[in-house]
Design a protein around this ligand. Sequence first.
Ligand SMILES: [Zn+2]
Length: 96
Amino acid sequence: MPCIQIDGGIVCVQPEFKPGDQAPEGYLAWHEWAEVQHKAGLRQKECGRCGKWKYPQELSSKIDRHEMQRRKGPVTVEAVVCNKCAENEPPTEAGG
Ligand SMILES: [Zn+2]
């Protein structure tokens, strides 16, 4: 984060974020970044695994498909998978 010396102290400026940038570390920076993404028209989707809301650039190309039973019959529900969940893909459900 760039810091500027001023009278009586230092002011640290949030970096400029661009639409499509990966999420930064840090709470305040993240909110700045999220605002930029939102203004650019990007919208979050809920990761089907961790339940967190992610912008498109944080989502992997993986899509989980679950068949659910509805009154009219089975329906395939698609859920996006975020990069973190795609990386941490467990090999089996055993253990844990
Ligand atoms: Zn996830």
